[in-house]
Write a protein that binds this ligand. Sequence first.
Ligand code: LMR
Length: 332
Amino acid sequence: MRKWLLLAAAVAVFAAPGAVMAQNPIIIKFSHVVANDTPKGKGALKFKELAEKYTNGKVKVEVYPNSTLYKDKEEIEALQLGSVQMLAPSTAKFAPLGVKEFEALDLPWLFKDDNAYADAMKGPVGQWLFKKLETKGITGLAYWDNGFHMVSANRPLISPADFQGLKFRISGSKIADQYFRELGSIPQIMAFSEVYQALQTGVVDGCENTPSNYLTQKFHEVQKDITVSYHAHLQYAVIVNSKFWNGLPADIRAELTKAMDEATDYTNSIARKENEDALAAIKASGKTTLHYLTPEQKAAWQKAMQPTYKWAKGRVGQEVLDLISKELNVQM
Ligand code: LMR
């Protein structure tokens, strides 16, 4: 009798693969470190919505925002181990993977505006960089924008001399490390989830980030002065575990690619406005003072940070710099 029951159960399973599929959807754990209410947070939720819709529920995307699952460095390890399937770290965080070339995108005043960034990434450089991830078991799917960095401390940062001796939190890029050093300050890598407390307790004096990240993490509440310098760009690479991705049924992968393409267009289309709105909210909060550089002041910062370009050649190599300079039509 028991044997017969088991047999019947097995037949039921094989006879109704659709039903089994519905009960056991493919799970994509998408971990990231920022709030839902940011360009990346909204992009991740948009991908979830579209991926679940296009696959008719055969894929379920679980989004874990705000470092709830993993912090910066851990999440990349977790992706390689297959504990999560999808991430969207800032490209400044790829050095521990042994892929330093992404850091070229962190050069100060590299992109003159959002359009210059978007145009450059449409060229071959984006795919060239993704190729570097292949040997690490990681596949790059898309680039998501989050605008330009401001910089802050508990004193106005107006001239390069104002940075002297201050400790700044940086997210991981050696290029940022270098430009902060050229300003006479002391950079320190720290996980994003630890920044608020480090600012509050004085472990670091200042940081750089985009308006949406300042607002949602409340950095502006523990920094008296923010300079809207827009001196460097923050971009994300949406990445997946290659083994997981290549192991998906082809039709599912095609639907997910479509969902990702649309989520990417959406994210990149809202990034600028999200940051403008965040900046307006920071201003309206009255909790910090915003400073804007005059053209002369900006030129002084650019001059002080300029040696980063020469230094970068040894760090990221000439090839990626050539690819970027070709897209931007500038000499590096
Ligand atoms: C940071 O660590 O400052 C950023 O990379 C956070 C993020 O993902 O926007």
